[in-house]
Ligand binder design. Sequence first.
Ligand code: G6P
Length: 366
Amino acid sequence: GAAELGPYRHYMQKEIFEQPVAIANTLDAVTGISPELFGDGAWRIFKEVDSVLILACGTSYYSGSTAKYWLESIAKIPTSVEIASEYRYRDSVPNPRTLVVTISQSGETADTIAALKHARAQGMNHTLTICNVATSAMVRECALAYITRAGAEIGVASTKAFTTQLVGLFLLTLALAQTRGHLSEADEARHLKDLRHLPVAVQAVLALEPQVIAWSEEFARKENALFLGRGLHYPIALEGALKLKEISYIHAEAYPAGELKHGPLALVTAEMPVVTVAPNDALLEKLKSNMQEVRARGGQLYVFADGDTAIESETGLHVIRMPEHYGVLSPILHVVPLQLLAYHTACARGTDVDKPRNLAKSVTVE
Ligand code: G6P
């Protein structure tokens, strides 16, 4: 009821602002990195596996897509990510040494459970879930689990479940890296310090809300939007586009910025806002030249840059400056203003933010 909402207009807004606490709670029991964070016997399973297969739907699929970058670069373990409804019905090559990881807020998504059972039926018995509901079918079905502590998520568009899934997936990356001899004690200490600082860092990003509201008034008048990202921020661009279409009903799609010239550049006009996730990482210079391609065609760029980058607002280029670059955990910060942008754009359009048309919070039938 209204009392629970406190100062917020919708559950989605409340849940966006709960992220610092949700992340802190998800990390609460973590005193160090070890496979046992995922359950008894995890060490034996982690020793055995030679690859990771992530299965999920919707927003959970995008947290998995982000984790692929971490798993390959930090744990150096080959990783594939599949949409559960596709995997369950295709012929694939089973590998009994694969760690099958399902990701689910509800733990009840029919396609994700069916994909898990499909993997098991093919002899893949090393199963782990990152899930927000400890009593769910998914947790019962998997050998290992990490329970995110986002708390109840009511808004149909997932927010705090996503960022806490990323935290769980980063812990999984570190635990696998450790088992495989790729995590020194110094690395472990550094990553843990960065994880523990996340609630404060997310809080600083939430303070950008007034700037995002100013942009949302422009977005509310558009019918299309393009989201660009590169590397581990490409799935963040996908998640930003999903949020916008789910709740504001604006057609949005995301591209890895390097693919612009292979199609979407043809869509760019002054009427097409182009949201760019632009962290100060190794790909920034490449991204800047992609941005130039958009500007040269009269497109309007809306850039989320890090505080330590020299991108300045000018004609056709709007910049919101994030806190300084947060290294490999940067996706957890960069998704937050995209959630806020979708939320405020939807509010400006007057849609039913917490219950968007045609969508359900949990899809328990096929
Ligand atoms: C529905 C929800 C999404 C969610 C997806 C997967 O589509 O509207 O917010 O990401 O299901 O749900 P799960 O509970 O498995 O994460």
